[in-house]
Each structure stands twice: as C-alpha cells, then as structure tokens.
Design a protein. Structure first.
Length: 380
C-alpha cells in the first residue's frame, strides 16, 4: 500500500479495474502492437469506456476528478507486466491539463469530454529537428491571417501522432519576441490541408508508443483554437506544466526499477551457479542489496514529491531534480539487473532486457538530464 494520506481505498478499487483492463485488453496483443509500432485506435475507446483516460479531468467535463495517484496506479500496472509503452499518460496527464487549465470554456466543452471517452486521441508537438530541450529556439511559426493562423514548420519525435485527432502545437506567433512569442495552438488533424504526417520512427524501446515526424505547410488553424486566447502565453503555459510531466517520468522510472529488482531476485533464487543459487553468491547478493536500497529510497522520494504536487508545493526545480535523479538511478539499477541475468538478460524474452531499453528514454525525454541539472544549478 502506498504510504500517503492522499492515497485512498478508491485508488485501490481503480487499480483493480486498470489491472483487469491491461491483462485482458492489452497484454494479449503486445507483440502484435510492437510489430506495428502503434496501438489500434479502438484501444483508446475501450480505455475511455473503462475510465482509464483523463481520470484527473473535472467531472464537469466528463472526467473522474481524480489526482496524480490515479496516474501512478495506471503507470504501475502497465509497468508490472512490462507494458511501459502505452502512452495513456501523455494524453491524460500532459495534454488534457493544457486545455483544462488554460483553454477557453468553449475549448474545454469541445475537446475534453471526447478526450475522456477516447473519441479524440491527442498529441503535443514541441520538439523540432533543431530544437530539442531548448523550446525558445523553435522555428515553427503561426502567422495571423484573418480569423485563422497559417501554421508552417516541422516537428519530430512526436508521440501518439499516428492516431492523433488533436495536436497541441507550440509555434512562434511573434518570431522576434523570443520566449514571449510562443503560443500553443490546437490543430484538428481531420481535413487539415497542408498537414502531413511523416514517418513512424523506429525506436530501440517503447515500441508500441508511436513516434512521428510532422510537417505543416500553410495549415489553417482557427483563431479560436489558440489556447488561452492571448498570443505569447505558450512558453509560460509549457513551463507551468513541465514539472508535472517530469514527475510523471519519475513515477515511471521508480515503478520500472522496482519491477526489475523484484524479477531479478526471483531469477537469482531460481538460478544455479557453481552448486548454489545465484542469490547465495556474495557478489550477486550485494549488488541486489544496493539495487533494493536505491529503489526503496526512490519510492519514498517519489511519494513525497507526489504529495507536494497535490498540495501545490511542487515547483520547476523539484520537477527537474525528481526527473533526473530517478531516471539516472533507474538506468543504473536495471543495467545491474540485466547483468545479473547474464546473456539471457540481453534477449527480449526476458523482461529485464525490454525494461532496460524502455528506461533509457527517461534520461532524454521531457528535457535531457543535463538540462535538468542546469536548471537546478541556476537556482542555487
């Protein structure tokens, strides 16, 4: 049981529903979806029907009115069966809040209920070929033309894009204003002339989570699809939401390393080495002791961070610290676990190898860890 005053019995009821859904509707299809490098559209509707999408969205807009522990439950249950690459969290906990917290009432009514049901699948487009963690350097532009914006540019490494009906695009509405010239626009992909979906990029891990290039050539976006109504608010909006995104990445990292340690302990107890089990080998036992200690510390740190977030006391520096430390430790722990599996650990038949590949993304996505350390360093 999670040790937090904010974690309640209702979260455990929700956990059982999530577990059944993943085991019944997802796990049997994992290999096929990995080969396709994307999940089917109908999965989103099924997830919405079971209440797995946007559980934190207000009841007023069809959501469950939950908290970040609902997101953690979904993350933990996916990770438990080594299905880290379902990107429900991106749709529910990264993109939906941009609309709910900064959108107009009309935008909330138009988009949020259909995001909750899975009728609309969403993506967010920030990264560009020449601008990764440095959002101020983006070149995608949105020029006002009457009652529309003309969107031009290119994005890359965009998750959920292959199925996306709705893409929140970061663009420069004033190219001369630096960060103050960035705005967020909601692009509805159906019938969007000039919008082109590029390749579904092949990754070394998180294979079910599709990742694509996007191209915009004079794509007309209605003015009413500007998030927040006032131009130039995009960078502020992004910065306000990034701490939660980075905390969610920490949640994934902690769950992943915990599962890797649990699986490796079971492997060590069942594997013979020179007439004794691997767990009885002093070097292996000591290494597992280190891994267990690290994951225990990480869990306590994570739960404290979630509580601070719920209390409104989790800021950008806290997000940067949580993200870089947990993802670094996750990579270290899972690498040690893979090593203890020997050659078998390098095979995809063993979960530890898939966890190792999936976990590597954590040190890059959501802002590279080097950038996270710079953010913390500048605050000292």
């Amino acid at each position: 049981m999670i040790e937090s005053p904010y974690y309640r019995a209702e979260h455990e009821v929700f956990r059982q529903r999530v577990r059944r859904f993943i085991e019944d509707e997802c796990l049997p299809h994992q290999e096929a979806w990995q080969k396709a490098c994307k999940p089917p559209r109908e999965l989103w509707r099924k997830a919405g029907h079971e209440g797995l999408l946007c559980p934190k969205v207000s009841v007023e807009f069809g959501g469950g009115g939950g908290d970040l522990y609902h997101c953690l439950v979904i993350m933990e249950e996916q990770t438990r069966v080594c299905f880290n690459d379902l990107a429900f969290y991106l749709h529910s906990d990264i993109i939906a809040p941009y609309i709910e917290f900064y959108g107009t009432n009309e935008q909330k009514r138009r988009f949020l209920p259909r995001m909750v049901t899975g009728e609309l699948i969403s993506a967010i487009a920030m990264t560009e070929p020449g601008a990764g963690s440095d959002l101020q350097s983006i070149r995608t532009s949105a020029r006002r033309d009457g009652d529309t914006y003309l969107l031009n540019g290119q994005k890359t490494f965009i998750s959920n894009a292959q199925n996306a009906d709705l893409i929140v695009v970061a663009a420069k509405t004033d190219p001369q204003a630096g960060a103050r010239g960035i705005s967020l626009l909601i692009l509805e992909t159906a019938g969007a002339d000039g919008f082109r979906l590029g390749r579904n990029l092949k990754k070394i891990g998180c294979k079910v989570q599709d990742t694509s290039e996007l191209f915009f050539g004079d794509v007309r976006v209605p003015v009413e699809n500007l998030i927040g109504e006032v131009e130039g608010q995009g960078f502020y909006q992004l910065m306000r939401r990034l701490p939660e995104e980075r905390l969610i990445m920490a949640m994934s990292a902690v769950a992943n390393m915990e599962c890797a340690v649990e699986e490796t302990v079971a492997f060590a107890k069942a594997t013979s080495l020179g007439g004794k089990t691997l767990i009885e080998d002093q070097n292996a036992s000591r290494k597992l002791a280190e891994c267990k200690t690290t994951t225990t510390i990480a869990r306590a740190y994570l739960e404290r961070c979630i509580d601070l977030f719920i209390e409104g006391r989790f800021d950008a520096n806290a997000g940067a610290m949580a993200k870089w430390w947990t993802t670094e430790k996750c990579s270290e722990v899972i690498d040690d676990c893979l090593q203890l599996h020997g050659t078998g650990g390098y095979m995809r038949e063993f979960r530890v190898g898939r966890r190792w590949a999936d976990a590597r993304l954590g040190r890059i996505a959501g802002g590279a860890n080097e950038i996270m350390k710079d953010l913390v360093g500048r605050s000292l």
